[in-house]
Design a protein around this ligand. Structure first.
Ligand code: UD1
Ligand code: UDP
Length: 382
């Protein structure tokens, strides 16, 4: 029995760490594949230094490219790997191209796939991640959901109920496991911040690839930086575009390279607010109780609005929203989504271990050709 975890990009690593750690207690053989989609130290290696993650057994070194090139390169390399040494199950995380590539390869060669963070939907198909999520969920044998809305989406798309498990959020397991390490004081000092400050992250293609939208963002961030200094650990995507548009030409805007996980979370923990278009950051601010203004028209994580500190905002109103947040201050108490309690990895590991345990009756059922479902009676009676 070998479980293979496929990771590749920054958000995958804090999601995989608690699952891998929890599976160790079940005594299952595990291997970690890094596709190499992300390769800069601060987008990849730093997570292996700071989190409880084993060294990857294999790094496919695929690097950057167009969607087709990157996805296809991962697929070719994974197919070769899995045909040579067939895993019992492959676990994929989130919604990046490496996730999709692994799910496609496994489903075609008959290796079962478990998807961690299944069922999230922004309903915005201009997002590459939305396509990756929908295809991965359609192909996976086990769908691990972080929130109840995800269950509803999966059910509506025809994923059988027995494949779906509400387990909580492994990204939050990692946050809670390292909470004591998130100390804003030294990080504030290192960044020369002695009063209220904001942290911003921007990397969505819809925000930074389009020149007009990027310009609107630059203006919105500049107006907001009149209210408080804004530290921006800038992702490589869009970096050149934003800088060319004068992003850093405001005394309140501090552009820095992407930060290591502990430094980043320490900075976020001490911020008066966060401005972001990241998926994970919407979740982390929800648990830390830091007000989060998300520069996007939609979110696949509505639970961070209903239960957390998140609000979707347009660039035009960002400064007004930030002023209101600064005036209001941090919330005293706020609801946290159900099961975001630090134990998602353990739940996932138990379900995987049960699923892999020998069960002759179940295996025979799996090997039988699927019986076509009885067509439902049309509601109209026609
Ligand atoms: C990817 C994910 C996105 C996720 C983000 C997290 C897809 C389709 N997108 O976006 O969902 O939110 O990661 O950070 O999978 N680059 C570097 N160094 C690196 C990696 C990339 O400089 O280590 C640069 C390259 O110029 C590359 C560009 O960033 O072309 C984009 O990288 P890519 O992995 O294709 O997508 P991201 O925008 O990082
Ligand atoms: N992160 C980090 N340093 C940074 C920015 C982000 O360590 O400078 C972490 C943070 O935990 C975040 C995760 O990386 O949740 C993934 O971030 P990203 O925005 O790249 O991906 P997304 O969640 O949008 O797919």
């Amino acid at each position: 029995m070998t479980i293979v975890h496929v990771t590749g990009a920054r958000p995958n690593f804090p999601k995989a760490a608690p699952v891998i750690a929890a599976l160790r207690t079940h005594g299952l053989d595990q291997r970690l594949v890094h596709t190499g989609q992300h390769y800069d130290d601060k987008l990849s290696e730093v997570f292996f230094r700071e989190l409880d993650l084993p060294r990857p057994d294999v790094n496919l070194g695929v690097g950057s490219g167009s969607h087709a090139t990157q996805t296809a390169t991962v697929m070719v390399a994974l197919e070769e790997l899995f045909l040579a040494d067939r895993p019992s199950l492959v676990v994929v995380y989130g919604d990046v191209n490496s996730t999709l590539a692994a799910a496609l390869v496994c489903s075609k060669i008959g290796v079962p796939v478990a998807h961690v963070e299944a069922g999230l939907r922004s309903f915005d198909v201009t997002m590459p991640e939305e396509i990756n999520r929908k295809v991965t969920d359609a192909l996976c044998d086990l769908a691990f959901a972080t929130s109840p809305d995800a269950i509803a989406h999966l059910s509506r798309e025809g994923v059988p109920a027995e494949r779906i498990h509400l387990v909580g959020n492994p990204m939050i397991d990692t946050l809670l496991a390292h909470l004591e390490r998130f100390d804003p004081a030294p990080v504030r000092a290192a960044h020369g911040l002695d009063g209220a400050y904001v942290v911003a992250t921007l990397h969505r293609p819809g925000n930074v690839d389009d020149r007009a939208q990027a310009l609107a963002l630059v203006q919105a961030i500049h107006k907001s930086a009149d209210l408080a200094p804004i530290v921006v650990p800038l992702h490589p995507r869009g970096r050149a575009r934003l800088l060319e548009l004068g992003f850093a030409d405001h005394p309140g805007v501090r552009v820095v390279d992407p930060l290591g996980y502990v430094e980043f979370m320490s900075l976020v923990r001490g911020a008066v607010a966060v401005v972001t278009d990241s998926g994970g950051v919407q979740e982390e601010t929800t648990v830390l109780g830091v007000p989060c203004l998300t520069l996007r028209p939609s979110t696949e994580r509505p639970v961070t609005i209903t239960h957390g500190t998140n609000k979707l905002v347009r660039a035009e109103v960002l400064a007004d929203e930030l002023r209101a947040v600064i005036d209001r201050g941090r919330p005293e108490g706020w609801p946290v989504p159900p099961l975001w309690d630090g134990h998602a990895g353990e739940r996932i590991a138990s379900i995987l271990a049960d699923w892999l345990a020998p069960d002759t009756a179940r295996d025979a059922a799996r090997d039988r050709p699927a019986t076509p479902a009885t067509p439902a009676t049309p509601a109209t009676g026609q």
